[in-house]
Design a protein around this ligand. Structure first.
Ligand SMILES: [Zn+2]
Length: 254
């Protein structure tokens, strides 16, 4: 292996043109708009579906991430169903640097719908942080197809390697979650419902920092009005991109 100075010298000898300043390495972001196809997700009081709103937000996020130099892949670009395990598998297949699943929250009771607003950010754990986190995971996991397997741990050695990989990814997921959550709460002026952990199937197979964002309550009349507006969706997209930028800079310094 030639050392960097030697390589640079060799290139300088062989190439008459001055070397171009190296571009920062491209990074790959997989953006996962929740639900799709038969799976509507949450509903607004007027009947607007979560699957449609999160796709709009993902589309607004894409160019903002591309401006940061990211290669962006959406797990769906239209109204189609994608199995939960396939979504993380897409990210693993691309060796993505991060995975962001975008969702909207909802409450089952009339009182809950009236009172609950704000942003929750999740990363994976086997146990939910609290009853609300458990309920959110249960709602989002409802898309799991009958018989859809959890990620296969494979043989014991591969299982251990995957565990180590996932432990490292989990620490990264926590840092990513806090970076995104802070930006979202500040930019949207929304209630801060906290960074939480819960057993989301969609995050379970990801081998890179992975978070699930509940960027607001579609079930709340006032908050759903905001979430349906282009201006608010742009704010959401801007906050996610800003959080990813901050996270990435911090990770590169680590
Ligand atoms: Zn959802």
């Amino acid at each position: 292996m030639m050392s960097a100075p030697l390589l640079a010298a060799a290139l300088a000898l062989s190439a008459p043109t001055p070397p171009v300043a190296p571009k920062p390495p491209a990074f790959v972001v997989v953006v996962d708009p929740g639900h799709g196809g038969d799976q509507d997700g949450a509903l607004s009081p007027g009947g607007v579906k979560e699957k449609d709103v999160v796709l709009q937000i993902a589309r607004r996020l894409r160019p903002r991430l591309e401006q940061l130099g990211a290669r962006v892949v959406l797990t769906r670009t239209g109204d189609i169903g994608v199995p939960l395990t396939t979504r993380a598998a897409v990210a693993n297949g691309l060796k993505a640097d991060l995975f962001v699943s975008i969702h909207l929250n909802s409450m089952p009771t009339a009182e809950g719908r009236r009172l609950s607003t704000g942003v929750e950010t999740y990363f994976l754990s086997a146990d939910a942080s609290d009853a609300n986190a458990a309920a959110a995971a249960a709602r989002e996991n409802a898309d799991r197809l009958a018989g859809e397997p959890l990620p296969d741990p494979g043989d014991p050695v591969a299982g251990i390697l995957q565990d180590l990989e996932q432990a490292a990814a989990l620490a990264g997921s926590s840092r990513l979650a806090y970076a995104l959550h802070e930006r979202l709460v500040t930019a949207l002026g929304s209630e801060d419902r906290g960074v939480k952990q819960a057993p989301f199937y969609v995050l379970a197979g990801a081998r890179m920092p992975a978070v699930l964002l509940e960027v607001g309550f579609l079930s709340n009349a006032a908050e759903s009005q905001k979430l349906l507006s282009a201006a608010h969706q742009e704010k959401v997209a801007g906050a996610i991109a800003a959080g990813i930028k901050v996270w990435r800079e911090a990770e590169r310094r680590r």
